[in-house]
Write a protein of this length. Structure first.
Lengths: 468, 201
């Protein structure tokens, strides 16, 4: 048999039907659902008199527009429109009998943090959600990607997706990372290298020593942003780190089933000599703490750099860079460490896990954030929040002057009241720096949790290595 | 789903690269639980001032492009979020075809579910269509899905590729779910096999 990639193996294990032209029905093991992209899908089922095919494989949680302030169980805290969506999810989850974590449940949180935390996400699975950051679950060696609402309805009704296979891309990060460099810097550096369209049409497998050395939290950060590089999914082959994370989670297999699962999971790796259609290799030692300067995640530079000139680019990117520099209120040649910020957002499905919060605490312990700085920490789930409180991190944050919030997507996409005002400039641990993403005319610089913490202290984009 | 067969209409040029789904439909408009009504907020932040007045320089506000049915766009159109509200907004505005050198994967497949034809062409052909679109309302292009051809206002014919299955669905306005349910036996047999092989799933 010809050698296969990890993606080939997971794909082959999930084809329920293949037509002559290669169009497949791919079976879906886990379907995650949130309140923004699902109401029209449930309504479609209702109108057609259809049911949810596999409610036991469907997990719903509200996250995108829930408030993150205390007392949020009071509906008055939500705008009328947000409340309509959250109430619609409550109703749909009950009516169709899917697993559900309502706002009042301590396990509620960002769907891509809740799934792994509860052991819904397992190696070798197919996982989809009406959200592009579904790529996160690829950290477990699961084929996971975002889908549109029509596809949400399709998966609800049939537990399959109509798909053609993507191409294979390998992203290898060799060697060791230097101090101050994190999973976030890896994933941003890769996008800086490939561009936001570089992964279009591909499924990425991340490999190499620097990837192997990452915790599950770090691997989730890397895979989360595969979509920012254009790839539908990012994958990391499961190993002992993966099994240790999964073992004992509420919905992970137990006993004999665990042993059987483990036996299969251990076959999930890319065979020697398997073909990749595209290969990108970065040396871990060369990656520096990075920051975005523009309005696309590909606008990445080491923190030691300067704002580029539009003329540094080619083709359509020249105009895009000119527009981005104007939108961001920057001057070509300006040092990135001279950029003053007024807001810090720490959280999101990219960097809202316990390890991220520990990294922040390490930087800010015993210190105060800069006067006038608005800095908020939004844990990725109620359980992350509880753990941070137990470990004493919350106390460190509050003493330093951070707002300590309840779980949700929050200012990553600013659908709830957590938003930037016009002209405000934010160092954010989230995943998109698009125009208006964090609020109308708001300005976003994407960074790692440690770099965000450093910026909160100094009031400027800061090289974390100078605070170490 | 609405069929797409043949369309003759005005094409609006949007040469900017990396037009993301947040630009196409900002998140403040994602709070509806309907599929319709998003067209008035298509490209909202590029199209309107904060007070709701139109920004005259924006292409779809110019008199000659207000009724555009085709968009000729820069590279990597539709990148970012999976929100289907983006193609819903495009369709609701009246645009039925988008041409670019590349599209983000999720946006691309979302288009086909909503009667929109996304067409990928090499740079020089997109450049040619962009120049044609710049000529405004006198320049009407024809997009013929059956023949897989775009005809410029000067009569130049450009061939394009499209996935055969997706083409058929668009031409006939087919409902994906109905088609898949016809293959229910295959899915059930797969589920039976998996209950044996991977019962923990």
């Amino acid at each position: 048999m010809s050698p296969k990639t990890l993606y080939d193996k997971i794909w082959d294990a999930h084809v329920a039907h293949e037509a002559e032209d290669g169009t497949c029905l791919l079976y879906i093991d886990r379907h995650l659902v949130h309140e923004v992209t699902s109401p029209q899908a449930f309504e479609g089922l209702r109108l057609a008199g259809r049911t949810v095919h596999a409610p036991d494989k469907t997990i719903a949680v509200p996250d995108h527009n829930v408030p993150t302030t205390e007392g949020r169980n009071d509906p008055a805290q939500m705008t009328a429109e947000s409340r309509i969506q959250v109430e619609a999810l409550d109703k749909n989850a009950r009516e169709f009998g899917v697993h559900y974590y309502p706002v009042s449940d301590v396990r509620q949180g960002i769907v891509h943090i809740v799934g792994p935390e509860q052991g819904w996400t397992l190696p070798g699975m197919t996982v989809v959600c009406g959200d592009s950051h579904t790529a996160t679950h690829g950290a477990f060696g699961a084929l996971a990607h975002g889908i549109g609402t029509s596809e949400v309805e399709h998966v609800l009704a049939t537990q399959t997706l109509i798909q053609k296979k993507s191409l294979n891309m390998k992203v290898e990060i060799t060697g060791k990372l230097k101090p101050g460099v994190t999973a976030k810097d890896i994933t941003l550096a890769v996008i800086g290298e490939t561009g936001t369209g570089g992964g279009t049409g591909y499924v990425i497998e991340y490999c190499g020593e620097a990837i192997r050395d990452l915790s599950m939290e770090g691997r989730m950060t890397v895979c989360n942003m595969a979509i920012e590089g254009g790839a539908r999914a990012g994958l990391i082959a499961p190993d002992e780190t993966t099994y240790a994370y999964v073992n004992g989670r509420p919905h992970a297999p137990k006993g004999a089933q665990w042993e059987a699962a483990l036996n299969w999971w251990k076959t999930l790796f890319t065979d020697e000599g398997a073909h990749f259609d595209k290969v990108v290799t970065l040396r871990g030692e060369d990656i520096q703490p990075v920051v975005t300067w523009g309005t696309s995640p590909e606008d990445v530079l080491p923190i030691t750099g300067v704002v580029p000139h539009p003329e540094d680019f080619k083709g359509g990117k020249i105009e895009a860079a000119r527009r981005a520099i104007e939108y961001m209120g920057l001057t070509p040649g300006q040092k990135l460490t001279d950029i003053e910020i007024d807001t810090v957002f720490i959280g999101s499905c990219t960097n809202g896990r316990i390890e991220d919060l520990r990294a922040v605490a390490e930087v800010v312990k015993g210190k105060k954030i800069k006067d006038g700085m608005r800095a908020m920490i939004v844990p990725g789930s109620g359980l992350v929040r509880a753990q941070a409180e137990e470990e004493g991190l919350a106390e460190i944050f509050e003493q330093a002057g951070f707002e300590w919030r309840l779980a949700g997507c929050s200012m990553c996409l600013a659908m709830n009241p957590d938003q930037l005002s016009e002209g405000e400039r934010c160092a954010a641990t989230s995943n998109r720096n698009f125009e208006g993403r964090q609020g109308y005319k708001g300005r976003t610089h994407l960074v790692s949790p440690a770099m965000a913490a450093a910026a909160a202290l100094t009031g400027k984009l800061t090289d974390i290595r100078e605070l170490m | 789903m609405e069929k797409f067969q043949k369309l003759t209409g005005i094409a609006a040029p949007m040469p900017l690269v990396n037009i993301d789904t947040d630009m196409i439909i900002p998140k403040v408009f994602l709070k509806s639980i309907q599929r319709t009504g998003f067209g008035k907020n298509l490209f909202d932040e590029m199209r309107y001032n904060r007070d709701g007045s139109e920004i005259p320089d924006f292409v779809l506000n110019k008199p000659q492009y207000r009724n555009a049915e085709i968009l000729v766009a820069g590279d990597n159109f539709g990148c970012g979020s999976s929100r289907e509200h983006a193609p819903w907004a495009i369709a609701d505005f009246g645009i039925k075809c988008v041409v670019s050198t590349s599209f983000a994967d999720i946006f691309f497949s979302n288009c086909f579910k909503n009667g929109i034809l996304p067409i990928v062409l090499p740079q020089e052909q997109v450049d040619l269509l962009m120049a044609d679109a710049e000529r405004g309302e006198n320049a009407r292009m024809t997009v013929d899905l059956e023949a897989q051809e775009i005809t410029t206002s000067d009569g130049e014919v450009i061939k394009f590729d499209v996935d055969a299955f997706k083409k058929q669905c668009l031409l006939e306005g087919l409902d994906d779910i109905g088609q898949t349910l016809q293959k229910q036996a295959a899915v059930q047999s797969y589920e039976g096999k998996m209950a044996q092989e991977r019962p923990w799933v």
